[in-house]
Unconditional design. Structure first.
Lengths: 296, 275
């Protein structure tokens, strides 16, 4: 490059507001979270601020509450990701057929996506209401022909996390479905025609054309949902407050608890650094798996 | 054979549609019934049938809490973030896609790196940083941090890359400056990108819960998601009122969604472009 590029001043000026915003409100706090996680910062603490090395992390990984939260996030991902992706794929495949009322169905399945999670959580608290009059309890009672014993889902250590999973699946499936539908529509029709001429049945077409054509999209939605599983917070805060007995506590819930209940900013920062590392690992995994596909 | 398959597909879709619609219907219909009726009918099919329709619950919401205030707060915060965000991020996207300047590649790489950082990962230090600045419990603290958005910049950048250069070159030869070109040529030709970013930003801000929970304490600046979380813990527990609150909270989004559905779906599908 000889001399200054033609739009040097303008380019800088145009990019300046966004760059400043990202620097002050994203990059700086991000660096700060790493720095704070190596300190003993606690609001209102009489102790002087000090560098404590990996002490916060050592304590975290020795703390059963934190490990339980990490495990809850992982379990949530382990159950919700395959269930939700499978459900979304099923709906997308059905909607990809030339059916009447397709647009209406798509609207219905997508609608929960525009519901704020806080509202979803509150509505589902009422759906999970204890006693025979609770909506879900009554529904299960009816479906089981009276065999179902009503329970208090959100206060039952075995049911609280599954209840939150169900809520999240209701809200999130439409999002995945729309992306998968776009992926399905991106598979050239000529491939299916050629396969039909060669005598491939619907099953063969699904395995040999649809699934490979959808591979990267499926990886994308599955891993985005995994990341969302580790960011889980709103539903927990509203529906169960982490209980009963930490059965629904998550990383983010523990971080907020550290800051609010104990003023332990350093601990909160360390938890969010762990959260970020998980997100990074998942994103890296996605790149890797998707890249393999391209190399073939 | 084909018709059997088709009938099965319809049955499956219908069953799924019922399950997906039920919670929303439960809320909307419950909001129009007296509270005692909502409770008594919750376990029966009548929960989904409108009984004695009344707007009493809606009235009660306004009497019991400052709903108008929360709605105004949410609207103000969301509109500010959307409007300023469109301007700031589109300008940056334009500079990255179309102008040549030193540092362009570096900034692009930085933005792609920042893209991966979720709000959750920086919420605690950001809360600390802005507390030090004395920004807590204000509109500013709910607006300023979310105007610049790496994903929005990236969406604009990729869209502008695909625009044909001819118009722009013609205007440049006629002596138009970059700002003029941006507003008179780029913006009018990029409606899909602006709609997509506006919708994604709107949805995110309208639903924001974690951040307002961390930084606000007074009702003065409290947005709707935080308000409904408080409202439902407010004794006495009135299901009808909660449903009325919820219906009013989701109504603006639902209306925009039904009007601009194509754009919503496109916008959400656009998040699939992320890699």
């Amino acid at each position: 490059m000889n001399g200054a590029p033609p739009h040097s001043a303008t380019g800088w000026l145009f990019a300046l507001p966004a760059s400043m915003g990202l620097l002050v409100f994203v990059a700086l706090p991000f660096l700060l979270s790493v720095v704070l996680s190596f300190s003993n910062l606690r609001m209102g603490s009489p102790l002087p601020l000090a560098y404590v090395g990996l002490e916060q992390y050592r304590r975290l990984f020795a703390d059963p509450a934190f490990l339980q939260a990490l495990q809850n996030n992982a379990l949530f991902a382990f159950v919700v990701v395959p269930l939700q992706t499978g459900l979304a794929l099923g709906l997308a495949l059905l909607l990809n057929q030339p059916l009447r009322g397709q647009a209406l169905f798509r609207t219905l399945f997508f609608m929960p996506v525009v519901f704020p999670l806080a509202l979803v959580a509150v509505v589902w608290v009422l759906i999970f209401a204890p006693g025979p009059n609770g909506l879900l309890n009554a529904l299960l009672h009816m479906l089981s022909g009276g065999a179902w014993q009503p329970r208090d889902f959100l206060h039952d250590p075995h049911w609280a996390l599954p209840a939150i999973m169900l809520t999240s699946i209701w809200q999130g499936t439409g999002f995945q479905m729309v992306i998968l539908l776009a992926g399905l529509q991106g598979i050239p029709a000529s491939l299916y025609e050629a396969a039909s001429i060669d005598g491939a049945g619907p099953g063969a077409r699904f395995w040999h054309i649809t699934l490979p054509g959808l591979r990267n999209t499926l990886i994308f939605v599955a891993l985005v949902t995994t990341i969302l599983s580790f960011r889980l917070f709103d539903q927990v805060q509203i529906m169960t407050h982490g209980g009963p007995r930490n059965a629904t506590a998550t990383l983010m819930f523990e971080a907020v608890r550290a800051v609010f209940e104990r003023q332990q900013l350093a601990r909160g920062a360390a938890i969010t650094v762990v959260l970020f590392l998980v997100v990074l690992a998942v994103a890296w995994l996605q790149r890797r798996i998707s890249r393999e596909q391209r190399a073939w | 054979m084909v018709s059997i398959w088709r009938a099965c597909a319809y049955l499956l879709l219908l069953a799924a549609a019922l399950l997906f619609f039920a919670p929303a219907a439960f809320m909307l219909i419950g909001s129009l019934k007296p509270d005692a009726q909502v409770l008594a009918e919750a376990g029966r099919l009548q929960a989904f049938l409108p009984g004695d329709i009344s707007l009493q619950n809606y009235h009660d919401v306004f009497v019991r809490v400052a709903f108008g205030r929360y709605l105004g707060n949410s609207l103000f915060i969301t509109v500010c973030v959307v409007v300023f965000g469109l301007l700031v991020n589109a300008l940056a996207g334009y500079a990255l896609a179309r102008l040549e300047w030193r540092g362009r590649r570096l900034l692009l790489a930085a933005i792609l790196a920042i893209l991966i950082i979720p709000l959750e990962a920086i919420a605690v230090p950001l809360f600390y940083e802005l507390s030090l600045l004395g920004w807590r419990d204000s509109y500013l603290v709910q607006i300023a941090p979310f105007i610049a958005n790496a994903f929005s910049v990236y969406l604009f950048y990729s869209f502008f890359l695909g625009l044909p250069r001819e118009f722009e070159d013609a205007a440049r030869i006629d002596g138009a400056g970059s700002l003029r070109i941006f507003f008179y040529i780029i913006v009018p030709n990029s409606r899909p990108a602006f709609a997509t970013v506006a919708i994604l930003t709107f949805l995110t801000q309208w639903s924001a819960f974690l951040w307002p929970l961390l930084v606000t304490s007074s009702e003065r600046v409290r947005p709707l998601p935080l308000a409904i979380a408080n409202f439902y813990t407010l004794p006495p527990l009135q299901w009808g009122d909660i449903f009325a609150f919820g219906s009013m909270m989701v109504a603006p989004v639902l209306m925009v969604f039904l009007l601009l559905q194509r754009w919503f779906v496109r916008g959400i599908a656009a998040t699939g472009l992320k890699d």
